[in-house]
Design a protein around this ligand. Structure first.
Ligand code: N01
Length: 551
């Protein structure tokens, strides 16, 4: 049980978790199971995180998908949940997460509609204090930041945008009330996953859609289809073997990626392979291609050329097709799956504006004005402009560590961290899917479980040895950065401006901040633990904490 201080103003817990999305929910389950008192805060009205917010038309899992985008900690949970489609719609994932919250009685320890606006470490008590916008204040030994790698919306600051008088929605903050596009002229800014998923859906209903595209994108058919009862039965019957494969696979999914190089096959063989994968669709298009596509320029070009030819084939107007032609290394921006994106440009009610040759100049209350084609009257603006990804939500929280140092100060030049979970000067603070972790390059529910397994063990280590705090040394942060950079530099990823490299946010440190080692990461963190947390510094417990683990 949590303890309250005498005034009732501060609640005391062993752990506070910020965020009740996929990671925060599991953090609660796991730490509570260890006997810790845990409180979760989330600004939303219910669980789900990303899936609670991203309910724009067409929003679906756009990774390898169901039934393996799920928690693995409970075999019973796997046995009782029926996934309907390979690329589950947001509502299905949300229903699953609500079921998890019910089944494991999570909500009793979650305070919704409560935004954490500050978190400060106190060296004397070795505790964190979090302040919320509802006036609730909580103190804790362990601060778990499950704030989401893609949750801080990026809203472009375009002259006049605030004067636009029509409806305006960000895909990542989509309203919970129905949005009607009927008879409306809609402009969509952004052609990442969210824009590409939503544009065909909006076009079905709207009077007109103007797509404002800055960077043309590669995208492949999602290949979404119902999951058959036989497939579900097979996943259940062979769950342990699927799980073993997931844990061993670089991306956390139970697939055998093609180990061959594109350069080992003839152009005809390559085309035949790409064509077969295109016909099947889905994320495995990217994974089953060849192993050196993200690494080798020539291999990369073979796939890029194939997709460009497909776009020319699908889009009837050659001028529009040319504007849609991507020119970066394929897969070096987050690969995209679509349900009829390029086909949407064959509709009479969809127009493409290439912002590279015809940039937005300003908004008026009733239109968007671009340099060459001038005024486009609109009733609605959809911002599919993405997120201040990976590090943005940690910086928005901006915790204050030792000596009152803010994360903003600590992360001025780059996102210093060790193992993608811990930060020097911020004792007992743990990030899930933070910079330096595989995060968005890994099956995120499974990744959260594996990181939290490590964090739980680390907390047990403190308890066992009477230690008060754990934090990495600056040297271990440097070494981790070097390791991460070496992995990234062996690929083409850092050579493209993407949200992976922070290039979508002005002034953000520009470097590839995810750990690309895939499942090697989990071996690395296990090795660190096995070597008594090599690279970490500990302080003995001060012994003045009468609110210590009570569970
Ligand atoms: O965001 P993005 P997203 N003027 O950053 C453009 C995950 N996801 O929300 O490429 C004009 O990819 C920007 O242009 P550019 C998934 O991992 C998951 O689409 O920077 N344009 C780009 O086209 C995904 O990758 C799911 O030149 C501007 C677009 O806006 C990630 O979230 C569903 C602009 C932003 O694309 C982010 O995807 C959807 C400006 N000022 C997404 N600023 C599911 O699994 C930005 N752009 C359900």
């Amino acid at each position: 049980m949590a303890a309250r201080d005498e005034s009732g103003a501060t609640e005391h817990y062993d752990a506070v978790v910020i965020g009740a999305g996929v990671s925060g929910m599991y953090a609660l389950y796991h730490l509570r199971g260890m006997g810790l008192s845990v409180r979760v805060y989330d600004g939303a009205t219910d669980v789900g995180g990303t899936w609670w917010y991203n309910r724009y038309p067409g929003a679906r899992v756009d990774g390898p998908g169901s039934p393996f985008y799920c928690y693995t900690f409970s075999k019973e949970l796997m046995q009782e949940w029926d996934w309907k489609e390979t690329q589950s719609e947001w509502s299905e994932v949300l229903a699953y997460l609500e079921h998890v919250a019910d089944r494991f009685d999570l909500r009793r320890d979650i305070q919704f509609e409560t935004w954490v606006r500050d978190a400060r470490y106190d060296e004397a008590t070795q505790r964190w204090t979090v302040e919320t916008d509802t006036g609730v204040r909580a103190s804790c030994r362990f601060l778990i930041c499950a704030v989401g790698a893609l949750s801080t919306a990026n809203r472009p600051d375009i002259p006049g945008i605030h004067d636009f008088a029509g409806e305006c929605y960000h895909t990542g903050r989509w309203p919970h009330e129905p949005v009607s596009f009927e008879g409306k002229r809609v402009a969509v800014i952004g052609t990442g996953s969210s824009g590409i998923q939503s544009i065909p859906e909006i076009a079905k209903e709207a009077a007109h859609v103007t797509v404002l595209q800055r960077t043309p994108q590669y995208s492949v058919p999602a290949g979404n289809r119902p999951i058959t009862p036989e497939e579900m039965a097979n996943a259940r019957a062979n769950w342990e073997s699927f799980l073993a494969k997931m844990n061993a696979n670089p991306g956390g999914f139970p697939f055998d990626n093609n180990p061959r190089s594109a350069l080992d096959e003839s152009p005809e063989e390559r085309r035949a392979r790409y064509e077969a994968l295109w016909q099947r669709g889905g994320f495995t298009f990217y994974l089953d291609g060849y192993n050196d596509i993200p690494i080798h320029e020539e291999a990369n070009a073979s796939l890029a050329d194939f997709i460009r030819a497909k776009i020319r084939e699908v889009v009837r107007d050659p001028e529009t097709a040319e504007k849609l032609m991507p020119d970066y290394f394929v897969m070096t921006k987050r690969p995209i799956l679509d349900n009829g994106y390029f086909e949407a440009f064959n509709r009479d009610n969809v127009t493409l504006v290439d912002l590279r040759e015809d940039p937005i100049e300003r908004f008026t209350p009733t239109s968007v004005v671009t340099r060459t084609t001038g005024e486009h009257p609109i009733d609605m603006l959809v911002l599919a402009t993405g997120f201040d990804a990976i590090s943005g939500s940690m910086l928005r929280l901006n915790p204050k560590g030792r000596g009152g140092m803010s994360l903003e100060e600590r992360w001025q030049d780059r996102f210093h961290n060790h193992l993608g979970m811990t930060i020097a000067g911020f004792p007992n603070l743990f990030m899930i899917h933070g910079p330096g972790s595989p995060g968005v390059f890994y099956n995120m529910p499974l990744g959260a479980e594996r990181q939290l397994g490590w964090i739980g063990d680390c907390i047990r280590h403190l308890e066992k040895h009477g230690l008060g705090t754990v934090e990495p040394t600056p040297d271990s942060e440097e070494a981790w950065h070097d390791e991460l950079t070496a992995l990234a530099n062996a690929t083409l990823f850092p050579r493209t401006a993407s949200w992976w490299t922070g290039a979508n946010i002005e002034g953000k440190p520009r470097y590839f901040s995810a750990y690309l080692g895939g499942s090697i990461y989990y071996q690395r963190i296990a090795d660190v633990a096995a070597r008594d947390y090599e690279g970490f510094a500990f302080e003995p417990a001060h012994g003045t904490d009468d609110t210590r683990a009570s569970g």
